[in-house]
Design a protein around this ligand. Sequence first.
Ligand code: SF4
Length: 134
Amino acid sequence: MTRIFDRKMDMSATEKIICITCPMGCNLTVTHEGATVLRVNGNACKRGLKFAEGELTDPRRMVATTVRVRGGIHPLVPVYTEEPFPKPRIFELLDEIRRVEIEAPVTMNQVVLENALGEGIDVIASRDMPEAGT
Ligand code: SF4
């Protein structure tokens, strides 16, 4: 004899994550089924919901580091990604940036690495770096 259960199986899971969209750092409890968010608790605003959805489908982070400069008043210039970068590729990105060396003078917002790793995101300088001795 075969028994047929018509009760729907609950395939949902719950994750606890911290929303890093703003300094409030809300503790979110996210109930989801695969990449589909069913419910978010603990968010003080709607952006927490968007953050939770992004974390499940395409987690990204802003990346800030430095790039070597030849002939500048300092040997390094601070740089950052113009948009949040795919989280799983951040170490690969940092390796790529480590190989970059640019010539002074550098101007703020100058692109120092275009279309990083083919992700369509530029890495840009966050300050001017004049030539040494000028
Ligand atoms: S849920 Fe809203 S208030 Fe809370 S950390 Fe995210 S953006 Fe900030």
